[in-house]
Design a protein around this ligand. Structure first.
Ligand code: HSE
Length: 346
């Protein structure tokens, strides 16, 4: 499987490391041999080679020089993303550039080009799905290729494959989730006595927060993710931010968390999408009873509860942020592509 990789930040690097560490395991268990034929970054250059790049060498030189384009013949350097998309011989575009949640571009355009050229796509980038979910899935279907995005919501925790494969044959009518790690981590700290400002600084320091942490604390990151879930899992038509009632966690104090605990509930930032009466989507702090599955979601973990028409409620809890976790979702997307229809029935 020839992979063209867009983005060599924390996720892209972890993805390459995982490919290298797991090469024998992937070959033995899935017959999957991945060859990275090109890497493009926004500010650190690009490199490609028809016969594949030495991934470990690439990681090492990037660490030493901060660039990916310090290679000589037979490696070719300095091509733009558009040039690579046109000239590279690849099977799968792995797109892990950072999200633009105002337009989804330019990543959406890269994905469109790859799908139209009959290349599969695996992405961990929320932006393109948020604005162009139906368009991109349609282009993939028309061109007979896969468009997978496991890492976009709940990072390494397998939400979309649970809905698509684990619950194959089911209709999902309702989703409830804690899908922003930064705010969940902050609420865990605030419950232990930290102020809001201390909690946000800690989440930033640990690298969980978006570049602009207001996207997390004001609920926009969770809103972007629940819009993706509503379209991808509940089958809602195009949804924009205006259709979502969004409220973040500003103003939540240790006193409020303590008071909630005495009443047998905890305060969580809950994202909901439902087809129960009329379609509705919201993100807001809610009092969650201790007996509810989402009450035990602490720290950077995320949780989701799906209501299906076959087995009723099912819930999952797991890591919702982190480069390694997100890279593991990209790897699973590659395995799903390699396994073809066997694990991809909708
Ligand atoms: N800022 C995001 C979060 C990162 O805290 O959930 C993962 O999407």
């Amino acid at each position: 499987m020839r992979v063209l990789l867009l983005g060599f930040g924390n996720v892209g690097r972890q993805f390459c490391e995982m490919l290298s560490v797991k090469a024998n395991f992937l070959k033995a268990n899935y017959g999957l041999e991945v060859c990275v034929v090109g890497v493009a970054t926004r500010h650190r250059g690009s490199v490609c080679a028809a016969n594949g790049l030495p991934v470990e060498g690439l990681l090492k030189t990037e660490e030493e020089t901060g660039r990916v384009d310090v290679w000589e013949q037979p490696y070719s350097v300095g091509q733009s993303v558009d040039e690579l998309l046109e000239s590279c011989d690849y099977d799968v575009l792995v797109e892990c550039t950072s999200p633009n949640i105002e337009t989804g571009e330019p990543a959406a355009d890269y994905i469109r080009k790859a799908l139209r050229g009959k290349h599969h796509v695996a992405t961990s980038n929320k932006g393109p799905l948020l604005f162009h979910f139906h368009e991109l899935t349609e282009i993939a279907a028309v061109n007979g290729v896969y468009f997978l995005y496991e890492g976009t919501v709940m990072a390494g925790t397998p939400l979309f494959s649970l809905a698509r494969c684990g619950l194959a044959g089911s209709r999902i009518r309702r989703f409830e989730g804690i899908i922003n790690s930064t705010t969940n981590y902050m609420l865990t700290l605030i419950a232990a006595g930290s102020s809001f400002d201390e909690a946000v600084r800690d989440a930033q320091r640990r690298g969980y927060a978006e570049v602009d942490p207001t996207l997390d604390v004001d609920g926009w990151d969770a809103a972007a993710k629940v819009i993706i879930v509503a379209q991808a899992i509940l089958g809602m038509p195009v949804v924009g931010f205006r259709s979502v009632a969004v409220e973040g966690i500003r103003g939540i104090t240790p006193y409020m968390m303590d008071d909630a605990r005495r009443r047998g509930v905890c305060i969580k930032l809950v994202a909901r999408a439902s087809l129960d009466e009329e379609p509705s989507i919201s993100v807001k702090p809610e009092a969650v009873p201790f007996s509810h599955p989402l009450a035990s979601v602490e720290g950077i973990n995320n949780g989701a509860l799906l209501l299906s028409d076959t087995i009723g409620e099912i819930s999952i809890i797991g890591p919702g942020a982190g480069a390694r976790e997100t890279a593991s979702a990209l790897l699973r997307d590659l395995i799903a592509i390699e396994m073809g229809g066997k694990v991809l029935e909708r």
